[in-house]
Structures are given as C-alpha cells and as structure tokens.
Design a protein around this ligand. Sequence first.
Ligand SMILES: *Cc1c(COP(=O)(O)O)cnc(C)c1O
Length: 442
Amino acid sequence: MRYYSTNHQADDATLREAVERGLAPDRGLYMPQETKQLPASFFEHIDELSFQEIAFEVAKAFFGDDVDEASLKHIVYDTLAFETPVVPVTDNIYSLELFHGPTLAFKDVGARFMARLLQYFIKKDGLDNEQVNVLVATSGDTGSAVANGFLGVDGIHVYVLYPKGKVSRIQESQFTTLGRNITALEVDGVFDDCQALVKNAFMDSELNAHMTLTSANSINVARFLPQAFYYFNAYAQLKRDGKLSYDAEGKSNMVVCVPSGNFGNITAGLFAARMGLPVKHFIAANNANDIFYNYLQTGEYHPMPSKQTLANAMDVGDPSNFARILALYDSNWEAIRADISGATYPDPRIRETMKACHESTGYVLDPHGACGYQALKEQLSADEVGVFLETAHPAKFKEKVDVILGTDIDIPQRLQDFMRGTKQSIELPNDFQTFKSFLMKQ
Ligand SMILES: *Cc1c(COP(=O)(O)O)cnc(C)c1O
C-alpha cells in the first residue's frame, strides 16, 4: 500500500517511510491510497470472534500488503493483550472502556502497535546499526502511552519532553520512572515550548544527518490507524448481546460518540465505517475548544490558541487530523455534516454531567468521557443505541474526579506501581541550541 500526503506536494511513500517520517516532507499527513472493504461474511460472524481475531482481520486490510501475515498477527496480538469492554451506563448508552491497557488510556493501543511495527521494519531491513529516535512532546497522556509502548523495544530510543511542574504526579510517574530506552526531559516551559523544540528538531538538517528522528503522535499512520480496531470490537459486543437493529439498507442503529482533541481517534472510526462497519452516525464531542464544532455549524475553520479545561487531553486549538477528515470527504462540508455532528461543553457542564451520571447510574466518568456521554444524552433518539469512547480511566484524574463527585476512587494497582518508582529525568532550559547539543551527544 502506498501513502499519499494530504498536501499533495510530496511523493507517495511506502508504509515504512510513512511510519519513520511521521509527517510528509511537504508537512502534510499521510493517508492510505485505498481503504479496503471487509466482506459481508466478516460482519455476519464478527460476534463469534475475539478482539484479537477481529483486529487481525482489520490489520490485514490496512497493513497486509507490507507486513507478512505471521509477523502482523504477532504485532496485533502483542498490542491487544487486554480487552475493550462495552459497559451499559443507561438503557441505550454504553461506555466503550479503552482504559484497560498499560497506562489506562486509549493511546496505549496505537503507541504499542507503532512500536512493534517499527521494530519489525528495523529487524527486517536492518538500519546499518543505527537506532530510531522517537521525540514526543506531552502534556501528560501521550508521553506515558508512547514511553510504555516503546519500553524495552530494541533499536528504538524515546525522548519524552514535558513541561516542568505542569503535569500531574500520576502522569509524570508513568514516563519518568521507566529508564532503559526511555529518557524523560523536563523542560523549563509550557507544553507549547516542548512541542516547538520537537518541531525544530525535525526541521534541523544537521541533527537529522546525525540521527534518525521520528514522531509518535497521532499524525503518525501507525499510531492512529490501529485505533480502528476497537470500533469493530464495540460493534461485535453489541451484536452479540442483541442490542442492534438494522434499516432496509443494512445500516445499524449504532451511534458512536468520540471525545476529541486532535481528532485522530474519530478519524480511525471514520476509516472503520469506510471499511464497512455499519455505524449510523458519529458525534465529535469537544470541551470548550470548539473549533470543529464551529466548522460544522458554519463551514469555516478558524484555528485558535487552545483553552485549558478539565478534559485537558482535548485542549487543542488546531486539530492536526482535521486535514485527514477533509481528505476523506474531498473537503465537502455537507458530506462531513451528514456523517458527523458536534457538541461542545465548558467545564461547568462537564462537572454537572459527571455528577448527574454518577448519581443516577453509579458510573464514574472521567472528564473526557463525560463530554461523550453528555452528547449522547442530548442527541440520541429512542430507536438508537449510543456508544461513547471512555478514553481514560477516571483514576488518572483522581484529584479532579474525587472533588467533583465527593468520592475516594480506587487507584488501580498498575498506577500505584508507577507511583512507587523513582523519578529519573534530565532538566533542560527552554532553548533549542541546548536541546540540540544534548541530542548531538547521544
Ligand atoms: C488524547 C486523548 C483524547 C483526544 O483524542 P484525539 O485522538 O486527539 O482526538 C481524549 N481523551 C483522552 C483521555 C486522551 O488522552
């Protein structure tokens, strides 16, 4: 499979090139040239398959041209060594819990898959004894997923840049206590400064001649495409439980709602639908960062500086995967509106939602999932079944959740283990030359 750039100024790339580069040379995002339909028989019997079996079929459609079957199966089965259960919250609203992986958030899936795929390419083709270096700027969640996904993977070193003092202790412990091939860099600045340092590093020719650099955020095809797996798994579970019905055209009554920031997760869902997954409709739920919501209303896209909110992993003012959504729909606003509706919630509404849901159902939402749940509450009709993606475990935001709900929620063992580790990080000033000479010495 070849991958084209959404800016159409760069040559098409192989999968390996797309994964190793992250961004295309023309600053566009890579997209697969075709989206393979899965056969009707797959959907008829999907409820008899395990998550790993489902994901392997989907992975073959994406990556089967470029990775041999046995290796791909190994990558998929290693990535998905945990479940993504669909849990009923109300009569017709379900939570797709994506937080049963190593760092208790959905980014674990893409990060682990990308790590294993890169490792496969390095082993297969060799890289002249060079190592691949992953640079990642984080405000919390991305760094932990990437660090744990790549931990102990031969031939790859990860540098996590994070803003000193601006990341919660729980989050920090998930990428500063690992050691081995993971280096945490504590930058004296804010998240945007970390991101700028990483961007400058990718553009510095001397540095790129010295070492192979790549990124591991959702611009990378190997990180965002595998997120399609769990949409199929959600459908399989609802089908198994007899919750779905179909119209004359075979469309199901399943509405999927995705709490969105950079829109990588929902874009993976749109790919799933293109492959034949019978989703009736998508909802993109936003916090106060309402750029996409406004685009749906007006047809105009106005990036803005991000606003800080309770659901901070969605604090994005210029969603990087918007370019992919435009590419999927040939920039046709009407067509995008026909498939996706929007929602936007300021912090007080997120708090109200978490409280109301907890009181009436007992279910503990995290602030991100709360946006998804509330959008379904408001937009679902009586004949539909709604699934929202619960993108992180509420314990990752324990300080906030306990204050809002008046609870003392349990911290899962896995998080406690991270918090017992010893912090190892290197302090850096917010200065590109210092960062560059640090990398040049590696
Ligand atoms: C990253 C993240 C999101 C946003 O996902 P996108 O793919 O950027 O839209 C939502 N919730 C949580 C908990 C996240 O970590």
